[in-house]
Design a protein around this ligand. Structure first.
Ligand code: BEZ
Length: 212
């Protein structure tokens, strides 16, 4: 069964380059980005791993861990990360899951089951501190992901959850309101109340304000 947004992330014990991890319990109170890649020792995936590693501290600053997965074995993951360190000078520090039996990728719907020798998609599952799936993305094998967008999604969801304010398109560089954020539809303020609270009200259903 395919995982859907708002599902609880299923409980599972996974074998990784950092030892066994119990998901989602070992990440209690934290957000995590769970992503799959098609294969170790492939060019686009290598650029993705370097890009994720370069932003790992930025993810940690927003209480978010990274965890990768492919249908390669832990031994293949170790050989690939050694190659990345030796040739690109980047140490991959986040855990990578061995899903060589394809059990997890099948359970989470990250792999086609109707093709022989299929491999994992470029899937991204963003899970919040209560183990609820908040975003699912899938990219084709031909295109590397944008890690700044993944960071933006986590930051935007944390604003939406923590303050109940909704980041607009292209936030924090929105065409109408810059880095301001929207009040959810259904929020009620008179013109006077909106003015007092620094809310810009274009309509009863379109209001925005600074993120303080
Ligand atoms: C790549 O990462 O470059 C790649 C992986 C699998 C299929 C095609 C490309």
């Amino acid at each position: 069964m395919k995982l859907l947004v708002r599902d609880k992330f299923p409980e599972m014990k996974v074998k990784t380059t950092k030892g066994d991890i119990n998901l989602p319990n070992d990440y209690k109170g934290k957000w995590f980005v769970f992503f799959s890649h098609p294969a170790d020792f492939t060019p686009v995936c290598t650029t993705e791993f370097v890009a994720f590693q370069k932003r790992m501290e930025m993810f940690k600053k927003i209480n978010t861990e990274l965890i990768g997965l492919s249908v390669d074995t832990v031994e293949e993951h170790f050989a690939w990360i050694k190659w990345i360190k030796g040739n690109i000078g980047v140490d991959i520090e986040f855990p990578i899951i061995d899903d060589s039996d394809k059990k997890i990728s099948k359970e989470l719907g990250m792999i086609r089951e109707d093709e022989e020798d299929s491999t994992t998609a470029r899937s991204v599952v963003i899970v919040d501190f209560k183990a609820t799936v908040r975003t699912i993305l899938e990219y084709p094998k031909e295109l590397g992901r944008n890690m700044d967008e993944i960071l933006r999604i986590v930051k935007g969801l944390q604003v939406a959850s923590g303050k109940h304010l909704f980041p607009p398109a292209n936030w924090p560089n929105n065409e109408i309101m810059g880095d301001k954020v929207l009040l959810p539809a259904g929020t009620k303020f008179t013109e006077e109340e909106a003015k007092e609270q620094g809310i810009c009200k274009l309509s009863d259903w379109f209001m925005y304000k600074n993120l303080d």
